[in-house]
Design a protein. Structure first.
Length: 574
């Protein structure tokens, strides 16, 4: 089987797979897996792994499994499982066959543990968790053998079976691999492979009072699913010797016999773990623990808050699957850790929405304009393009009458130098309509402008008279037909480039107090009255926005700002 050509850039993982295919390793198969732990929502860093694992399978006519590594029921839930499935499908990927669970292999994992005990490669340790940490040693000093390391095979089998029967309390015993307490790799110092946890599991209920550790379950699950290339991030590089040790010390015939025959391998070869650099983005945090803390303590409004780097949050904010996949492709795959500028992600969504998002007008901070020389009851319907470069998107009709709304920021009674919008005695063009001039300002008791009395030039609809200079072009909506909408202005959640910087202290000290500004009473053109949930638009001169997938409905439209038209943070950073 030859690798299918792909427009995606090459990388070291592709080279490895190409070599394996040319040599006939794994009988020419490519089988990957995406193995999330269901203890939180997926974030943009996981998207890189999703694109790599599913993309690698697609590009090589292979298959990619979705397997939930659900070995820690204390932190897992069905809610997280459902969200992960939805995120993968939203990104446009499809897993091979049915969904897999490490918990489905618990019986086989238990039998393999018995096999390690019988071969003298595992023992039951009765040190408390605190004692075990003391015996483990440090990065610069070797560990010390557990006093229970030399228990007989029969005693270890008896104790482990009694652990399985639920006779002991949490933490009273553990099953450890017998490797080398003096190893310079701390992961190889007789790691725990089973611990006692009297916790109900979301898949297996109360069947098991013992649960396998991730490092033990993961490699065996890979082998049972006939995975060829186990792709993971660099933090697992030091775990690879344990991954290989476990598989090499189990009977390959038994592993093959327990493997998933639906993915049958003619020439059974153990999977190879390959590490790549994780995705780090500035102005955000990627730690599941920290993201959970933000949710639990109410700093954000749930895992799908549009300020969160979760895929659910990005989706609700208006990011598209194509923009995220393109971003991951541009970031690329390497073994060098680095930090990607969030501006690259924002560029990806701007680039995508520029071509696909229809244009519309929405006034965020309405200021009334009355055209004193326009007919009192007159209304005309203007015909505007939905997209300036794509006629296939069609056209929209926009009423025009005597009373309008413009944005308050587009008027200055005393304009600063180089001002290009409306001021007293100057002219601007209304987008797609006429040139108007401000003749008088009406203010409230506090001296704030509440209405502009203007005149329009009826000869300027779609025409720019020769020699006529206007201050600029501004957006507007008709007062009588405009709809009231709520607009949520989302910005970066953190105002520091590296919230994890230890010199700062608590990362929550970097939270941006203006990451969410809710504007009510905004005025939008009537074409937006029935915008579908998740529909994206470019609000002219304001940015890209989408109809909130949960809170928006006909009669109560809510729009989230996805991204500004330009990188407004560039000046701040410089």
């Amino acid at each position: 089987m030859k690798a299918i050509e792909s427009p995606a850039p090459s990388n070291f993982i592709r080279h490895i797979i190409e070599q394996d295919l040319q040599s006939g390793k794994h009988n020419g198969r490519v089988q990957t897996r995406f193995p999330p732990e269901p203890n939180g929502f997926l974030h943009i860093g996981h998207a890189k792994s999703i694109c790599l694992n599913f993309g690698t399978a697609e590009n090589n006519n292979g298959r990619c499994n979705l397997r939930f590594d659900d070995t820690n029921p204390e932190k897992e839930s069905q809610e997280f499982i459902n969200s992960i499935k939805a995120d993968i499908e939203w990104l446009g990927f499809h897993w091979s066959g049915e969904i897999r669970y490490a918990s489905s292999y618990f019986d086989a994992l238990y039998e393999f543990a018995l096999q390690l005990i019988r071969s003298g490669k595992a023992y039951v340790c009765s040190l408390s968790p605190e004692q075990a940490r003391e015996y483990r040693g440090t990065l610069t000093s070797p560990g010390t053998d557990s006093p229970y390391r030399n228990r007989s095979v029969d005693e270890n089998l008896d104790l482990f079976m009694r652990m399985r029967a639920g006779e002991f309390a949490d933490g009273e015993h553990s099953l450890r691999a017998k490797i080398d307490m003096a190893s310079p790799n701390i992961n190889m110092r007789d790691p725990v492979i089973y611990r006692i946890r009297h916790v109900e599991h979301h898949q297996t209920g109360n069947k098991w009072p013992i649960y396998p550790m991730y490092d033990y379950a993961h490699c065996i699950s890979d082998a049972m699913e006939c995975i060829t290339h186990s792709l993971c991030t660099l933090e697992f590089e030091d775990h690879r010797p344990l991954y290989d040790w476990i598989l090499q010390n189990l009977d390959k015939v038994s592993l093959h016999a327990a493997s998933d025959s639906r993915d049958g391998a003619d020439a059974y070869v153990l999977p190879r773990q390959i590490e790549f650099a994780r995705l780090n983005i500035n102005y955000t945090v990627m730690s599941k623990r920290k993201l959970k803390e933000l949710v639990t303590n109410g700093y954000v409004h749930g895992w799908d808050d549009p300020r969160m780097p979760t895929l659910s949050g990005l989706r609700r904010r208006g990011y598209t699957p194509a923009s995220i996949r393109n971003f991951c492709e541009r970031v690329g795959i390497s073994r060098s850790e680095g930090v990607v500028d969030v501006g690259m992600l924002e560029h990806s969504i701007r680039e995508d929405l520029d071509t696909r998002a229809p244009r519309a007008m929405c006034v965020l901070r309405p200021l009334k304009v009355t055209l004193v020389n326009y007919p009192q009851e007159g209304v005309e319907v203007l015909d505007l393009a939905c997209h300036p470069k794509d006629e296939s998107m069609g056209r929209r009709q926009l009423p025009f009458g005597r009373e309008l709304y413009i944005d308050a920021s587009d008027f200055e009674e005393v304009p600063p130098p180089q001002y290009k919008r409306l001021s007293l005695g100057t002219e601007v063009r209304l987008r797609g309509a006429y040139v108007i001039r401000c003749d008088e300002v009406i203010k409230d008791a506090a001296g704030v402008p509440v209405e502009l009395l203007c005149s329009y030039d009826p000869a300027t609809l779609g025409v720019n008279p020769q020699g006529r200079k206007v201050q600029g072009v501004i957006h507007w909506v008709p007062a009588a037909q405009a709809i009231d909408v709520e607009v949520r202005i989302y910005d970066r959640l953190f105002n520091r480039e590296n919230p994890d910087d230890k010199s700062i202290g608590d990362y929550k000290e970097c939270l941006n107090p203006e990451s969410l500004v809710v504007l009510t009473g905004c005025k939008a053109e009537p074409s937006l009255a029935n915008a579908a949930p998740e529909a994206s638009f470019q609000f002219e001169r304001e940015g890209y926005f989408c109809a909130d997938r949960f809170d928006s409905a006909p009669g109560k439209m809510v729009f989230n700002r996805t991204v500004t038209l330009k990188d407004s943070w560039a000046k701040i950073s410089s």
